[in-house]
Design a protein around this ligand. Structure first.
Ligand SMILES: [Zn+2]
Length: 443
């Protein structure tokens, strides 16, 4: 029997027709609330649309998409916040910014009301994973200026659970805190959960005997990849849960315990979702892979309307065994729309490579260098071998690439501990300078 832990059972099991009515009501209220937002006023006017004419999700199709680059350009043109605020600055209480891994960081402000939306969204995440007010939750995060870290711990407190911050601590100190305080839930990136397993092993600690029973992952995709999930579950002896979110959007997806069904739920009570063909911008047919477009219904303070997340997903509205009616994305976020690699004619996403490498016990850490070679992507995979291993990890991985993707890649073993470890937003795939024409001809 499946145990469904609802945050708001009524909303999570709402008939899809009623759900759409609710979304229409919330959309109209949002557009009314953001009337003083200069950024959207200008965009809607340029598109020839009056806000008051948009009464439903269908009408919304006429509104232009918003891209991250639009938001960043806006903040560059009108520093520091752009004309993105719907209310006077005195209404805002929370300041956060993105990590700026791909350029200038984006600043995001929240009012008390929009912060409440964040905490509600985290409520769905926690309850969906089976967390209750009796849990002790450890946040292995840096708590820099990143909204997800603060929203996650504040959301835990809103739920009534005890939240412990791991800010400013080293991995060993965090492990000790998790064990000594009998933490039952771990929140961190999937990468970092695996790193903690490695550190624990080095210190002779078996994390499976810890009190941790649930892990929830954020900050990067991965926890929905079967092999990453299995590695985390085996290392921690805990149920691994994925969720997805973004600074400018919110925590837009949440897990459920009907694990066999696969995927994570889209929070359709708080957001509007569309899946589009990233090239044409047209709606992708149901079930087909496309880019996720999100409208935050409850975050009027600094709104995003038809926001192109760049995340590739495969959606389904087929009913989940957990009883929720909210749509799911199968396999979580599958990759980034602009991340696709073409390796010797084979289309590959970094997530597929991550999943492959995590299927092998031989490799504890890796890095992939991507070079353009004769117009195609060529991969150099650097790996660190697992401790106590007698098998040749290079041969094993090389065979795995050949049998799974039918491609040959260059694999290089590097000394243990020489590759970077990531706590937040791993950057294992790096584009490096192109190789000279013709240099790969004999490979
Ligand atoms: Zn479900």
């Amino acid at each position: 029997m499946i145990h469904s832990h609802f945050y708001n059972k009524e909303l999570e099991t709402l008939d899809r027709g009623r759900l759409r009515e609710l979304q229409n009501e919330k959309l109209v209220a949002l557009l009314r609330a953001i009337g003083a937002n200069k950024f959207y006023e200008e965009r809607f006017r340029a598109a020839g649309i009056r806000r008051e004419d948009v009464l439903s999700v269908e009408d919304m199709q006429a509104l232009p998409f918003t891209r991250k680059s639009d938001l960043i350009a806006e903040q560059e043109a009108h520093p520091p916040f752009g004309r993105l605020l719907s209310f006077p600055l005195s209404e805002y209480l929370y300041f956060h910014q993105t990590s700026g891994t791909t350029g200038r960081p984006l600043i995001w402000l929240d009012t008390r009301e929009s912060w409440d939306t964040w905490l509600r969204c985290w409520g769905y995440v926690y309850r969906g994973a089976g967390v209750t007010e009796h849990d002790v939750i450890y946040f292995a995060f840096s708590f820099g200026p990143y909204v997800s870290h603060w929203a996650a711990i504040d959301g835990a407190r809103r739920l009534g659970a005890l939240g412990i911050s791991g800010a400013g601590l080293k991995s060993e100190q965090r492990l000790r805190a998790i064990l000594e305080n009998n933490c039952t839930v771990l929140v961190c990136t999937p990468t970092y959960a695996l790193h903690l397993v490695e550190v624990a092993r080095r210190h002779g600690i078996d994390l499976r005997s810890s009190a941790v029973r649930i892990s929830i992952h954020a900050g990067e995709p991965g926890a929905s990849l079967p092999n990453v999930k299995r590695a985390i579950e085996e290392g921690w002896g805990a149920a691994c849960n994925d969720h997805a979110g973004a600074t400018e959007v919110g925590a837009w997806a949440f897990p459920c315990t009907a694990a066999d069904a696969g995927g994570i739920h889209l929070n359709e009570a708080e957001f509007l979702f569309e899946v589009i063909d990233p090239l044409t911008g047209h709606a992708a047919p149901e079930g087909e892979r496309g880019e996720l477009v999100v409208t935050s219904l409850g975050r009027a303070g600094m709104p995003v309307v038809r926001y192109r997340t760049g995340d590739l997903v495969e959606g389904t509205t087929e009913r989940c065994p957990c009883g929720r009616t909210h749509a799911r994305i199968l396999g979580g976020v599958l990759g980034r729309a602009d991340d696709m690699l073409i390796v010797r004619g084979v289309n590959l996403y970094p997530s597929a490579i991550d999943n492959l490498i995590r299927s092998l016990p031989h490799v504890v850490e890796y890095e992939v260098e991507i070079r353009r070679l004769d117009g195609m992507d060529d991969l150099l995979v650097k790996i660190e071998r697992a401790e106590g291993l007698t098998e040749d990890p290079v041969a094993a991985l090389s065979n795995a690439f050949r049998s799974q993707f039918n491609i040959r890649v260059t694999i290089e073993e590097v000394s243990r501990g020489s590759l970077p470890r990531y706590e937040f937003k791993a950057r294992r795939f790096k584009r490096v300078a192109d190789l000279p024409q013709g240099s790969g001809a004999n490979k």
